[in-house]
Design a protein around this ligand. Structure first.
Ligand code: MF3
Ligand code: CO
Ligand code: CO
Length: 253
């Protein structure tokens, strides 16, 4: 029963490490561009240029018809926002930039939420809590733990702050394929789900909302927004389960 979870070899994990490092360096490269007046298309085009210059390609471009090279998700957009020349960053916005370069056949999938200028106190709190959710989710990863331990750690931190955990989008296995089993929910119960084993590689990418967790996908078929129009934030890393714990693959060095 159920789908097979591929365990990656040492050689494959080294390729994931290189792709992951490139992904993190791409976010570092884009970070100084996140300023009022910049369009999300400018971020996209610089990401595409930089990725090609580093002998990589952009996994999102053409993935199930996605039209751009990165996802840019502003304020109430939960994920999968499409870069657009008419969408201009303004002071007080929060923007998640999600990048996935493919290097030597392997994917590095990572995202961060950035402040544009000065955030509101609520926006700052939401983004800080979301980053801590990712940190706590990662801390739950070790051989013998269960997939449910990850979501439980995230949900138990987010909800007492009055925030909610998105249900409709989850973390995922990632390798030479962008999205593979297992699914990694960011909510759930400790002790439930499949056991983690060395060589598993997957993302944790909690999307945390200011209000309701419910999502609506716009008519473009991609952009997912909060049903109540309140803020949403997200952070993502790609991770490998090691013999002793966890290795974050999407760090810049
Ligand atoms: N990078 C996203 C993720 O974290 C997936 C984007 S799929 C796209 O899984 F088609 F929207 F690019
Ligand atoms: Co991603
Ligand atoms: Co992902």
């Amino acid at each position: 029963m159920g789908e097979t979870i591929t365990l990656l070899s040492k050689r494959e994990i080294e390729k994931m490490r290189r792709a992951g490092r490139l992904a993190a360096q791409l976010l570092d490269h884009l970070a100084p561009m996140v300023k009022p007046g910049v369009s999300t298309l400018q971020l996209n085009d610089e990401a595409e240029r930089w990725t090609k210059a580093h002998n990589a390609t952009s996994a999102p471009l053409g993935y199930h018809g996605f039209p751009k090279s990165i996802c840019t998700s502003i304020n109430e957009v939960i994920c999968h926002g499409i870069p657009n020349a008419r969408q201009i960053l303004k002071d007080g916005d929060i923007i998640n930039i999600d990048v996935t370069p493919i290097l030597d056949g392997y994917h590095g999938d990572t995202s961060r939420t950035f402040f544009v200028g000065t955030p509101s106190p609520t926006a700052r709190k939401l983004v800080e809590v979301t980053e801590e959710c990712l940190r706590r989710g990662i801390a739950a990863v070790k051989p013998g733990a269960k997939i449910g331990d990850i979501g439980a750690a995230i949900q138990e931190y987010a909800e007492p702050h009055g925030f909610s955990v998105v249900r409709d989008f989850v973390g995922h296995g990632v390798s030479n394929i962008f999205h593979t089993p297992p699914q990694i929910p960011h909510f759930g119960q400790r002790g439930k789900g499949k056991r983690l084993r060395p060589g598993m590689v997957f993302t944790i990418e909690p999307m945390i909302n200011e209000g309701t967790w419910e999502a609506v996908v716009l008519k473009d078929g991609w952009t997912a927004i909060t049903k109540d129009g309140k803020l949403s934030a997200q952070f993502e890393h790609t991770l490998a389960v090691t013999e002793t714990g966890v290795e974050i693959l999407t760090l810049p060095d």
